[in-house]
Design a protein around this ligand. Sequence first.
Ligand code: CO
Length: 134
Amino acid sequence: MLGRLNHVALAVPDLAAAVVAYRNTLGAEVTEPQALPEHGVTVVFVNVGNTKIELLEPLGEGSPIAAFLEKNPSGGMHHLCYEVDDILAARDQLKAAGARVLGDGNPKTGAHGKPVLFLHPKDFFGTLIELEQS
Ligand code: CO
C-alpha cells in the first residue's frame, strides 16, 4: 500500500523566519507561502531532491497545529506523508485493520491539489501519518 515518502512536515511558530533559515542559512529552494484555510495552515515546501520538507504555520482560529505548537513552542516534526495509489482503497484497508482515520474519514484536497487523509498518531507509534494519492 505504502509508496514514496512525499514529505516530512515541520510545524513552525514563525513561517517567515523558517523560510529565511531554510533559504539563506541552509541554502535550500523554498516555494512561496500558500494559505490552506480548509486545513488551518499556511505552508511552504522546501525541495531537497529525494523528498520535500513542508513547513507549516497556523492559519486562523482553531488551527490543527496550534496545540502542537503550544507543546512544542520552538516547532518540531508534525507528520510524515506517504504516497498511496488509491486513497479510498487504502482508507478502507486501514479501517478494516483497526486504524483510525481522522476527521469524517473522507479525503480532503491537500497542498498539492491531491486527496489526502490523516491517520491517528496513537495507532502509529506517536507519529501522525498523512496519506496522499499519487
Ligand atoms: Co503534509
